[in-house]
Design a protein around this ligand. Sequence first.
Ligand SMILES: Cc1ncc(COP(=O)(O)O)c(C=O)c1O
Length: 367
Amino acid sequence: MTDQRIYNFNAGPSALPEKVLRDIQSSFLNFNGCGMSVTEISHRSPEFDQVINDAVARAKRLLKLDDRFHVLFIQGGASLQFAMIPMNFLARGQSADYVNTGTWSTKAIKEAQIQKKEIRVIASSEDRDFCYIPKNIVVDPKSRFVHLTSNNTIKGTQFASFPDTGNVPIICDMSSDFFSRPLPMDKFAMIYGGAQKNLGPSGTAVVILRKDFLEAAAGTPENQELPSMLRYDNYAQKNSMYNTPACFGIYTIGLVLKWIEEDMGGLEGIEKYNQEKARLLYDFMDASDFYRPTADKDSRSLMNVTFRLPSEELEKQFIAQATQEGLGGLKGHRSVGGCRASIYNAVTLEGVKALIVFMEKFQKEAA
Ligand SMILES: Cc1ncc(COP(=O)(O)O)c(C=O)c1O
């Protein structure tokens, strides 16, 4: 077998930096000279302590976090966070505001409703099938938090900047644009995301949580009654090792963060790179009357570029032919159809250019 690779535009799990994959490969049998694989060592060992502490330190440096924040790794993906957030942070008599920008926000809202928590949906883009980011978001000043989804992976929309929410902190699902740009961390009580798009393998959520926000919630009687594995304070007190963590995932996330920090110029550098890739692709489509981006121009995602062709038949041919030519993962989400190129951090400029060359050729042949 060769290790010939294709250009990977999958939405998640998705492309990882080739350098990271090679690092994993070369040290897989003997991690740091300990004679064991990183998947074979104890999570209580000094070797793993170094792995997790390095990943935390890198996340903090990249986001310019001070000591006010915890960096946690929690199993169960972003979907478990949908449930844990209202469970931990909404005590009796407290309420939260949610903004609905698509499937993932809808799921977050549903998890709060299942628990009969008091929440309000203060803005939504459902009226136009989630093709835009709502403006004029007005938050109830008594709200405990406002929940946003920064990037809508399925419909290809993204908050270009975050709304002014006054004194109400934001909790944000950043599963599909985590660590792709610098963030105004003062606005957030918590940001979180499943790792499998920009950061590593699936199965781990990275949770960045403000300590005072956690402390205020951890004292409530409701919190004392939660199962141990569903309480953020347990993860915070035990450096994410209340139980055996997803060691391999955390190790890989650490390597991806190292790559962003040391090879890509940090979040400022990776943001420029991501902007350039997205600009090339959108400019190409805007100049064509064949490919039609589905999101409103001012709401377009730099991570998930969703588009349609003149017919479903042509879309089918486009996806099949692209796959044959080494451009994978271009099928839109099964709930919406169409096409989607996910151009996360690890997707190269070279890959985006190759995609544009293919798109030009396909258009000519279809004419
Ligand atoms: C924005 C967003 N939130 C949440 C999820 C769910 O993540 P997980 O599968 O880790 O639960 C996804 C998955 O694609 C997503 O794109």
